[in-house]
Design a protein around this ligand. Sequence first.
Ligand code: NAP
Length: 249
Amino acid sequence: MSKILENKTALITGASRGIGKGIASKFAEQGANIAFTYLSSEDKAKALETELNTQGIKAKGYKSDAAKLDQAESLINSVLEDFEGLDIIVNNAGITRDNLLMRMSEEQWDEVMEVNLKSIFNVTKAVQRHFLKQRAGSIINITSIVGVQGNAGQSNYAASKAGIIGFTKSIAKELGSRNIRCNAIAPGFIETEMTADLDEKVLEQWAKIIPLKRPGSTDDVANLAVFLGSDMSNYITGQVISVCGGMLS
Ligand code: NAP
């Protein structure tokens, strides 16, 4: 059977763990070459690079802070040198620094904005010239249902994720005439290290309000990313698609 991402190269930010790692694995399964970034999980990144390279595709991990524009620029230059092309960007790197507004520090606000939102500007801006030249490209931004509906104790995170939605829709309008697509995935509650520390009671509450009665897996998100990265979604841009077990409807 043919693989739907054959002959494509993808760059995924923050793929040493969690959803990013899940997307890297699914993309590789579907024949894509994989460039990915990490910040601190060096051993996990090396292990992923080795694992992906056994699958008959080319994979390479880059240590790169998504919050820094200069690092995003040198990242894109390195990926274009190391790989034959670049077709898909998955802006996935993200963090939480949860707190009630009353206790939230300026640092917690700024850190979340820079890693979650500015990172998307950084990587998209850095890759824009290449995508314009080849008159093709698919950009997939990972937002959250929290960016649509808000969440007490996560005003910084929700604001950063809502910002991603505005950016996604604007870039879709700005670059659509050059066949560059930009969509966002809004996961609900997905089991990763980001959600692993949540209190048992919070988890029970989540399970109650999810119509499909289970948390999502990284594969659930990765399957949609494969579709949005592939030519099967060639007429889809500017959309925010939820992967949330029906929580947001
Ligand atoms: P995770 O398990 O905590 O993994 C986060 C990843 O981002 C790691 O690979 C980490 O790399 C990387 N990262 C963090 N800061 C970075 C930076 N400054 N530069 C480059 N990479 C950085 O998180 P996750 O649950 O997989 O979440 C992935 C994305 O999905 C995030 O954008 C998150 O907001 C979104 N999301 C998650 C859920 C959920 O329920 N899990 C729901 C909605 C949306 P290192 O380990 O190397 O630092």
